[in-house]
Ligand binder design. Structure first.
Ligand code: 5CA
Length: 165
């Protein structure tokens, strides 16, 4: 069933194993590059897709990873408050340098070096979610509680003060 994984996907599979997780990386024939692509390929609501978004602090150029629901937008002002510094989206080169993955395949685990991580609380409303696994064709499913172990759970999506989720 599980064909030989590409190198980056194997890295994610191994990271999951090191974390003691019995989770399986799967490579799909269809692209999972964006949250919408992944939702279409998997056949699930876009909200159940985990976006792994990399930001860069303006002054200190530190990477920050935000895990958010596929149908949420990250509120950059909230993120700024959380990190205590101005922050913006990272470019492709910065993403690759600090995660080891290309945009569209950035996984929540298996990074080149430990990454400051925030997990948006909205993800916790699902029983299962799907995250990228190193390439724009690889994903794995997990519980949101597993993602919660990877960083700080917080409300960092837009409108999260009023929508209640
Ligand atoms: N594989 C899917 C989830 S399974 C995935 O990686 N989705 S994602 O949302 O985490 O990653 C795609 C995101 O990368 C897009 O939301 C987009 O905001 C961001 N992105 C795309 N191109 C660029 C770029 N040139 N620079 C910075 N960010 C980009």
């Amino acid at each position: 069933m599980n064909r030989k994984l590409r190198r980056q996907a194997t890295r994610v599979q191994e990271a999951l194993q090191r974390l003691g997780q019995k989770l399986t990386v799967v490579e799909l024939a269809a692209s999972t590059r964006t949250a919408q692509d992944a939702a279409d390929a998997i056949g699930c609501p876009r909200g159940m897709i985990v976006k792994s978004l990399v930001f860069k602090t303006r002054k200190t150029a530190r990477p920050v990873l935000v895990l958010a629901s596929g149908d949420s937008r990250v509120d950059v002002r909230r993120l700024r408050t959380l990190v205590g510094e101005k922050i913006g989206r990272a470019n492709a080169a910065f993403v690759r340098e600090h995660t080891g993955f290309a945009i569209g395949g950035v996984a929540p685990v298996g990074h080149s070096a430990p990454l400051k991580t925030f997990v948006d609380r909205k993800l916790l409303q699902f029983t299962t979610v799907w995250a990228a696994a190193g390439t724009p064709y690889a994903v794995f499913s997990c519980s949101p509680e597993f993602l919660a172990t990877l960083g700080t759970v917080t409300d960092v999506r837009e409108d999260s003060s009023t929508s209640g989720g």
